[in-house]
Design a protein around this ligand. Structure first.
Ligand code: GLC
Length: 552
């Protein structure tokens, strides 16, 4: 029997490995989503800003991430906190200036970090100049930038499409033409008409603008929604909608075949990829679908999106059996075009969704580690590295989805609380008495101040996890081999590396040859040697080098 060894602790003190290079660099990358409004405030107004992100970039570099995805910081009236853009090449004065962006981009470069800008192409703000012009002049060139339709025979909306945020997906033209315009989100977020080639030209120019100023790629908001059925047919109804339902439930009561997830959108991304080919930018789409074949259409031929977020796996409740099956299906069909995550700014935090407290954290880490062994990018959401649970919101709801639909509705605010940097207000998120989103203070043990230096902290474990792919490139470069699969456990081979995930509630025994040197374990004491087998503790994932080879 081989001796079981662990790679040394204190990895955080080793120098940061070199930046990933080559055209496929993103395949080995770990990304980090910064929800800008809640990351770091530097001007004392209670709202995070670009200068705050710059100030904290060294923290992200030390954590070991490769890519920083910034939520929208463009000019916006803020009805959906930046996802309603009124100028795609201007910075929201609440969040800073273009100079602040330039400084941020220069600092990121010095630190070896890449930047993803969150582009919002499905809709603009109703305050955008294009929409103002479209309303002011129904015969002018901007009218066709948006999706307009005459009323149904009864004078009501043209079809049964609903908005994600409640109510119909149609509102009356404020200009008095008698037509409706389409909005899959708020009425203040009119949908763009991607059947109009001028819209593509506009976005290619916007992307060029940000790439010229240091962006390395884009997170593409609502990528699955861009094209709409030209005949505007009704979506099939899956179940009766009744008053008092959460807007998300109402939305899920329809089969979204005519307003979302259309084959034409995948084709559109092929054209888009060609239009921006010279920018060398990585395109990662938000892809809210449970249909893996549909998902794969965008990525499998490597000619449309580089990757798409797998929302289905990361954002479900804890269900190891279903998770393993689904992850393997994405892995098999997507040709490496996956971007994995367990949380983002639109969902409850993973720790809370997976059972809360130590249990939730243990599960989150076990699953995130497994995701890191699959093809594609791995994304963390701000605060995940501190093991944050959902925030307790003290003030009023800010999320328009809940705020506009009545008290007591589940709100995305739970994931958007300010970063707990420190218990010292001067070193914390803001010096303002109350942050833009007022949440209950977390215990000191959750703060970055406390965790970055504390041995065995959650932060340190995430740091080790984040750096694994760079220290052992085989983890993403060697072919993915499924060596063993049980209902709730997996053994994945990557060259001479092994990733053993036990997401079940009982220990699992695997051949000892798999686990020579333990390179990473998602929880302490995950591995016990027993003759020809090693036992992996429940809800743990271990990354190891086999007994006979070096850790490549
Ligand atoms: C995406 C964003 C979400 C936003 C919506 C509308 O789903 O992640 O925060 O509200 O698009 O832009």
């Amino acid at each position: 029997m081989q001796a079981l060894t662990h790679s040394g602790p204190g990895d955080g003190r080793q120098p940061r490995p070199a930046r990933l290079e080559g055209s496929d660099w993103w395949r080995g990358a770990v990304g980090y989503e910064v929800y800008v409004r809640s990351f770091q405030d530097t001007d004392g107004d209670g709202v995070g800003d670009l200068a705050g992100v710059t100030q904290r970039l060294p923290y992200l570099a030390e954590l070991g991430v490769d890519v920083v995805w910034l939520t929208p910081f463009f000019s916006s009236p803020g009805f959906d906190h930046g996802y309603d853009v009124s100028d795609y090449v201007g910075v929201d004065p609440l969040l800073g200036t273009l100079d602040d962006w330039d400084h941020l981009a220069a600092t990121a470069k010095q630190l070896g970090l890449r930047l993803f800008v969150d582009i919002v192409p499905n809709h603009t703000s109703s305050h955008h100049e294009w929409f103002r012009q479209a309303v002011a002049d129904p015969t002018g060139p901007f009218r066709d930038y948006y999706v307009w339709a005459d009323p149904a025979a009864d004078g009501g909306p043209p079809n049964n499409w609903v908005s994600h945020f409640g109510g119909p997906a149609w509102s009356m033209d404020p200009g008095g033409s008698g037509q409706y315009y389409c909005h899959l989100f708020l009425p203040e977020q009119p949908d763009l008409n991607w059947a109009n080639p001028a819209v593509m030209d506009e976005f290619a120019a916007i992307m060029r603008f940000w790439c010229d100023r240091g962006a390395d790629g884009f997170r593409i908001d609502v990528a699955h929604g861009l094209t709409k059925d030209p005949a505007l047919r009704d979506n099939p109804v899956l179940r009766e909608v009744h008053a008092g339902m959460h807007p998300m439930e109402v939305f899920a009561s329809f089969q979204h075949i005519h307003d979302l997830h259309r084959h034409e959108t995948a084709v559109l991304f092929q054209q888009w990829r060609t239009a921006v080919a010279d920018l060398d930018a990585v395109l990662v789409g938000e892809m809210d679908t449970r249909d893996v074949d549909r998902f794969a259409e965008y990525v499998k031929d490597r000619n449309a999106l580089h990757a798409a977020f797998v929302l289905q796996v990361g954002l479900s409740d804890w269900d190891p059996e279903a998770t393993i099956t689904t992850m393997l299906e994405y892995q098999a069909k997507s040709n490496g075009g996956t971007a994995w995550e367990v949380s983002n700014h639109d969902q409850a935090r993973a720790v809370s969704r997976y059972g809360g407290g130590e249990v939730g954290l243990r599960r989150t880490l076990a699953l995130t580690t497994l995701m890191g062994a699959f093809d594609g990018m791995l994304f963390l959401y701000q605060g995940e590295e501190l093991g944050l649970p959902d925030a307790v919101v003290l003030g009023h709801m800010e999320d328009p989805m809940s705020a506009r639909n009545g008290a007591g509705m589940w709100s995305r605010d739970v994931a958007r609380g300010p970063m707990p940097w420190s218990t010292d207000p001067e070193k914390g998120f803001t010096t303002a008495p109350i942050a833009w989103l007022h949440t209950e203070a977390l215990p000191a043990a959750f703060t970055a101040d406390h965790q970055t230096d504390a041995a065995h902290s959650t932060w340190q474990r995430y740091q080790q996890l984040t750096l694994l792919r760079k220290r052992h490139p085989m983890l993403w470069q060697a072919p993915f081999e499924l060596l063993e699969q049980g209902p709730t456990h997996l053994v994945v081979g990557r060259g001479s590396l092994r990733v053993v995930a036990n997401l079940g509630t009982e220990p699992v025994a695997v051949p000892a040859a798999h686990v020579g040197t333990v390179l990473f374990e998602s929880a302490d004491h995950s591995v016990r040697v027993d003759g020809a087998h090693v036992w992996i503790s429940p809800e743990c994932t271990v990354v190891a080098a086999t007994a006979t080879t070096d850790a490549g």
